[in-house]
Design a protein around this ligand. Sequence first.
Ligand code: ADP
Length: 573
Amino acid sequence: MLKEVLELAGDRRSEMRNEMIYIAWGGSLVIGPMVVLYLLISSLLSPDTDYDYLLLLSGILAIFYVLTAALGHIFYVRSLRLAQTISYEMRMGLAEKLLRLPMSYFSDKRSGEIFTTLDDYCTLFFIKIMNSTRMIREAVTAMVISAFFLALDWRMALLAFMTFPAIYLTFRRVDRIMTDLTHEGEEATRTFNSTVVEFIQGMPVIKVFNLGKDRMTRFRKAAEDFRDHHVKMIVDTTGPSLQFLLFLSLDIVIVLPFGYYLYSIGEVQSNTLIFFIVTVPLLSDALYHFLYGYIENHGKMAEVLRKVRELRDSPEPTAPSEMIDVNGNDIVFQDVSFSYGDKETLSHIDLVIPAGKVTALVGPSGAGKTTLTSLIARFWDASSGEIRIGGINIREMNMDTLMSKLSFVFQDVIVFDDTVMENIRIGRPGASDEEVIEAARAARCEEFVSTMMLGYQTMLGERGSRLSEGQKQRLSIARAILKNAPILIMDEATVFVDPNNEYEIQEAINELTEGKTVIVIAHRLSVIAKADQIVVIQQGRVVERGTHDELIGNNGQYGKFWDMQTRTRQWHI
Ligand code: ADP
């Protein structure tokens, strides 16, 4: 188990090892009070007890106790600091790993598991490190006491060790049960956490579709499993744990009568007998703390290690580390196919998206338009085929290079609980305040920012609760303007969610798209008709491609859609 702690300690391994050595030294200090105690008992039992000598021994004993307490405190604070640092670094390392993982990793079920790993397990790891340091101290204490016992009188020592085999066997049993149950219990905890995350995230849908009853049934089932496993853990381990405790406390019951027998036949002296009677409970106590610490740590540590390893070793999309220059901004899909699971979502896409032009993706809902744009950003990797930007395969591009090419005005706008200024600066960290304000002005954010009491320094609240949907969209456009990437991917449906802001948003978008390679998942006829290229997607395939006039002339799918939509004035979404 110490090996596991050291493995998870990562770069802090050698610091952790040193800390363990210090703690072991601290534990070995118990030899001092043991020797002094023996001398004290011997002196008390001798016919010519010297009072000054007794005082001296008591003083030395007091010094040892003070020293042990002081060192114990110093080591505790040091270990605490190190354990918190390691746990913090583990959390940060895992969070950075998450950033590198593909979107396919983040299923709904996983959100709860990731939350458990980053929150519970990193905290648990900290607690386990602290437990391990205590176990080391107790183990060394038990060893030092045992060695002193042997040195003093091997027969009395053997009496004190007589319960060890039974203690060991019951300890193994409790440990085995605990490890198995911990594994099951952790599964139940993770499922419960996933259900909670799903429950909270899905609250709007649950309310709108009145799914409360159904979701509560699921929630209840997860909560019941959680409860049952934890009760089972206590019930199943109580019996063996009691046996284990019983054997630990039997020591004195053996030492006392058999020790007295050895004394009565003159084999053992009275001071040795009394010393053993006084100190055997110390040995049991150290053993108890060591073994119980082990049992408590072992199962959970295995779970922590398993889950952390699983996350740490999850395959990342391969990408070179070097930034490269990509001059062109045209995008080429060459025979690209993709599936989320078994079902093929995109089939053999061949498509050229010319630089500096607007390409509108149109087609029925679920056709694969969003998926197609996600592949450009490598949120997912194509199952086959190749996507090139400026003639270079995106898989051969460093992720920073790829991301520097792209901006998104897309789906949900994530607003952080920070100021307006910082929320826009996300578009280009390092941009000056003036640049941020300029982008905000271009995105028509100024109108609403100027009405805020603290202007750009106004905090936006959790999830941007102080902004309307239209304002959030303009904020996201400001980010994209600030980033000024040459390729812009945009979902028009989410951009025009707020009809009150339509004019401002249109102006903001005009600023943003100027001279860019634009891919827009388009819904409004005015946008579609003006696009330089319209790509019609149906059931994961490109079925038509051309300008509005060309496609109308073809009288194919687009012509039919157009007829239908001019009647309803909206593309079906
Ligand atoms: P569109 O943007 O044209 O409406 P999408 O690209 O969003 O279509 O979806 C295409 C298909 O892929 C749909 O059947 C959808 O249910 C499925 N899909 C989309 N996202 C995921 C996902 N994360 N996991 C599994 N299936 C998905």
